[in-house]
Design a protein around this ligand. Structure first.
Ligand code: FDA
Length: 393
């Protein structure tokens, strides 16, 4: 029986659309199916609606995986510069918001339109509102039972993403297919996700909701020097999202509230030069006013600096440089940007993303156990893994 399609890709997200265009340009008959009503929903909500579509400084060191070398090959062969050339070809305006982090000048829609246009030009069909009830092997590849009828293909690409933001159509479908075909799926958990706090600290901090300060957050030998944002539920902002990917339940976080200062030296100098000065004054100089005041009250620091012994000041400096908190948990998949873990890469070809025992079954994007840091790295993985599979399928 002839295949309906050379390649069927399940999942019309970043990785699936990139893969579809790449395979289509090679003359393959490509179909992308997705159960959602519209493609690329996560692209549209990404980067606050402006999609941080790549990071010029992306290297394999920006990715977490149980098999850290796996991502190297695909990332080397499809670099941020390659994606930037595509962005330029489509005339999408962009800005570098933080070093290396490229965002659309206007809207994330520009990136989605780019991908849909590429699929059109490459002759790849996108069929939405199509759910898959079963996948079975056939003589010539795979047979899919779908809500729009049976489909067959020679190569099947799973691009169904992770579990984050279920309201956007996220499912564990990709993991089920992996297990069905004998692949191991590593435990998953929410990554790049805000922390929730124990009730007492939450009550103390929640009046500061909306306050952001530059900190260095540390956990399990990882350090991120970026802003922290207090929310009415807990702690968020880039530093917290970044460190959340390295945090396990029960771990403590160490937060340096004044990473740009040498706190002990500052306090000694201040006590010498202005003995009547207080810690509240010192904090107000270096932290947002509301945060400084609340933190001072939280610690119960009072009185002029001249009344503090060196050992007191050392203790205070330690508290400011290593404020240690034990989060209650995270907000979970409901708000997480990514899912850590997933299809074990030891069973995939790092060159093509195909299953080693089954070279016509591919896994790309977030469903795979490769997770980037915040800052455009996750899309870069979606593009690179999508292109790797699209060039092979
Ligand atoms: P993605 O999730 O994009 O697509 C999967 C597709 O599969 C979806 O269309 C879904 O409907 C479909 N699907 C799922 N189950 C299915 C099933 N059973 N049947 C059929 N279809 C199914 N990254 C970054 O680099 N820069 C950024 O600015 C951001 N910002 C950001 C903000 C927010 C709020 C989130 C949640 C995430 C980000 N990310 C990000 C992460 C980024 O969005 C993510 O890494 C990529 O979208 C992953 O691309 P995939 O194509 O693998 O999955």
């Amino acid at each position: 029986m002839a295949s309906d399609f050379d390649v069927i890709i399940i999942g019309a997200g970043a990785a699936g659309l990139m893969c579809a265009a790449t395979a289509g340009y090679r003359g393959r008959r490509v179909l992308v199916i997705d159960h959602a009503n519209k493609p690329g929903k996560k692209i549209l909500m990404s980067g606050g609606g402006r999609c941080n579509f790549t990071n010029l400084n992306s290297t394999p060191a920006n990715f977490l995986s149980d098999n850290p070398h796996f991502c190297i090959s695909a990332l080397r062969r499809y670099t941020p510069q390659h994606f930037l050339e595509l962005v330029d070809r489509h005339g999408v305006e962009y800005v570098e918001k933080a070093p290396g982090q490229l965002f659309c000048e206007d809207s994330a829609k520009d990136i989605l339109n780019l991908l849909i246009t590429e699929c059109e030009w490459a002759g790849a069909e996108i069929r939405m509102r199509t759910s898959v009830s079963s996948v079975t092997e056939s003589d010539e590849g795979y047979r899919l039972a779908t809500s729009s009828g049976p489909l067959t293909c020679r190569s099947l690409v799973i691009a169904t993403g992770g579990l984050s933001i279920p309201t956007m159509g996220a499912t564990g479908f990709g993991y089920q297919i992996a297990e069905q075909f004998g692949l191991q799926v590593l435990p998953t958990r929410a990554g790049l996700v805000p922390f929730t706090l124990q009730p007492e600290l939450k009550d103390q901090l929640s009046p500061l909701s909306g306050v952001s300060c530059p900190v260095e957050a540390s956990c399990n030998n990882q350090h991120f020097r970026e802003p922290m944002l207090v929310t009415h539920r807990g702690l968020s902002g880039p530093s917290m999202l970044q460190i959340s990917s390295f945090w396990n339940p029960g771990d403590e976080l160490a937060i340096n509230l004044l990473p740009a200062q040498r706190v002990m030296e500052d306090l000694l100098a201040l006590r010498r030069d202005r003995p009547q000065s207080t810690l509240a004054h010192y904090l107000a100089q270096h932290l947002p006013k509301r945060f400084a005041q609340a933190f001072n009250e939280l610690q119960g620091w009072s009185g002029p600096l001249q009344g503090h012994k060196n050992s007191d000041l050392e203790q205070i400096a330690r508290t400011l440089e290593q404020w240690t908190i034990k989060p209650a948990g995270t907000e979970g998949y409901r708000t997480a940007e990514v899912t850590l873990g997933g299809v074990d890469t030891r069973q995939l070809s790092s060159k093509t993303m195909a299953t080693i025992d089954r070279p016509d079954l591919y896994f790309i994007g977030e469903v795979v156990d490769v997770t980037g840091h915040l800052g455009g790295h996750n899309f870069q993985w979606a593009w690179a893994s999508g292109v790797a599979a699209g060039n092979a399928a």
